[in-house]
Ligand binder design. Structure first.
Ligand code: GAL
Length: 418
């Protein structure tokens, strides 16, 4: 009897041992890893969470977190270009999934094909097929996606709206109806920041004005940029702009969010990194502390973008960079990064219990909405169009001429091969 009991104990202990989770083995990698991104300052905490995991797994590697400040990568992308063309690539760099990656460094044959890594890590099943298509060509897969952000979101502070006696507008007509009242009370109806955020606002307004089918048709070259649909979008955009702050061009996107948080402005249209900023930096609770809606007129459509990291040819510490990509693509890495960032995981097996109410609602919409690509954040068009569009926007902000802007876009589209 005793013997049988002892045997049972041994079997039980062995089962426990076999079943026990294996502690992650620290690698013996050495040297440096330079990670290049625009996630500086307030955008840093989520990246730091990834770096922490990397350091635990690779204690011998010195991580150089090279950031260039500037929302949506406006400055970082210029610095990256100089470095890539000068033959001094970082070990790994941030790039938006889509045309921003494919139309530039992949086209120039400066990236390594990551297909073997995707196969080895089981990522071909872990990421949605559509996303893999976006980061791939017939020659390979070119980056590892770390998140999915939503571009078309309107942010507000519920208590402030209550105080002012207004509701978050579901359409731009609703917005245009309440905006004069807010303005009369000394509240900026819609907070805006530097140029790229004007482009960002445009993509939400244009999506509402022309609808998702036309939006997709534009980028597929099936709807002309000087068609009446697009002119109409510029007209609406001009009306909306009347209700933005006059010092926009000198503000960062965070400062525009601050205007809403501080009660100087009622609304802001921004990607959901603003949720990350309000939750992680400002410590506001989603729902009570800050509220959100799909940007007016776009409910049911999720305009998306994804940040990813690639492996440039000639990466000085290639093995260290591959280890970095493994962290980015892992479930652990993704679910440490995204809850702080305001984005959702690009993986299909994300643990949503780690995410706040905003992100859970975004995840639900991601899985049920019509999905379209962002222009400003690299999905829909290549850099030739994106950068040219920024110049057309400068012109529009001064001249406010919808016809002229639409015409200039049509010429640009030709040049950009759309
Ligand atoms: C986007 C990027 C986001 C966030 C934002 C503001 O382009 O995808 O992750 O960083 O810019 O800088």
């Amino acid at each position: 009897m005793k013997k049988a009991f002892a045997k049972m104990l041994i079997v039980f202990a062995a089962a426990l041992l076999i079943g026990a989770p294996q502690a992650a083995q620290a690698s013996d990698l050495k040297g440096e890893l330079e990670i290049f991104s625009w996630w500086a300052g307030d955008e840093g905490p989520a990246l730091d969470a990834l770096i922490e995991i990397y350091k635990k797994e690779n204690p011998g590697v010195k991580v150089i977190n090279a950031t260039v400040t500037g929302g949506s990568g406006v400055n970082a992308q210029a610095v990256l270009k100089t470095r890539m063309l000068g033959g001094e690539p970082p070990d790994s760099f941030q790039v938006h999934a889509g045309q921003e990656l494919i139309g530039t460094w992949v086209k120039a044959d400066r990236m390594e094909d990551l297909t073997p890594l995707f196969k080895e890590q089981g990522w071909l099943d872990a990421f949605p097929e559509g996303l893999i298509k976006l980061i791939g060509t017939d020659k390979g897969i070119w980056s590892v996606p770390v998140n999915v952000h939503r571009s078309n979101v309107m942010w507000y502070i519920p208590a402030n709206l209550k105080k002012w006696g207004v509701q978050a507008p579901k359409t731009w007509d609703d917005f245009l109806a309440i905006a004069p009242k807010l303005k009369a009370e000394g509240v900026v109806p819609l907070a805006l920041a530097q140029n790229w955020t004007a482009n960002h606002l445009w993509e939400s307004v244009a999506l509402a004005s022309m609808g998702a089918d036309n939006w997709d048709a534009l980028w597929a070259g099936k709807l002309s940029f000087d068609s009446p649909e697009v002119v109409k979008a510029w007209e609406l955009y001009g009306k909306v702009l009347q209700y933005t702050n006059s010092d926009a061009s000198s503000l960062s996107w965070q400062q525009a969010t601050d205007m809403v948080v501080d009660g100087r402005a009622a609304f802001n249209i921004m990607g959901d990194w603003a949720a990350g900023y309000m939750s992680t930096t400002k410590k506001l609770a989603p729902g009570e502390g800050y509220g959100w809606l799909a940007s007016p007129g776009t409910e049911g459509t999720f305009m998306f973008l994804a940040d990813s990291f690639g492996l440039p040819k000639g990466s000085p510490h290639r093995d260290n960079a591959v280890a970095w990509l493994k962290v980015l693509g892992s479930q652990e890495g993704s679910d440490a990064f995204n809850p702080l960032k305001g984005s959702i995981s690009a993986r299909k097996d994300s643990d949503l219990s780690k995410y706040n109410a905003y992100s859970q609602s975004a995840a639900k919409d991601w899985n049920s909405n019509r999905v379209v690509g962002s222009l400003v954040h690299g999905v829909a068009a290549n850099d030739t169009f994106k950068n040219g569009f920024a110049s057309i926007m400068e012109m529009f902000l001064k001249a406010k001429n919808p016809q002229a802007a639409a015409k200039a876009c049509a010429q640009l589209a030709k040049k950009a091969g759309i």
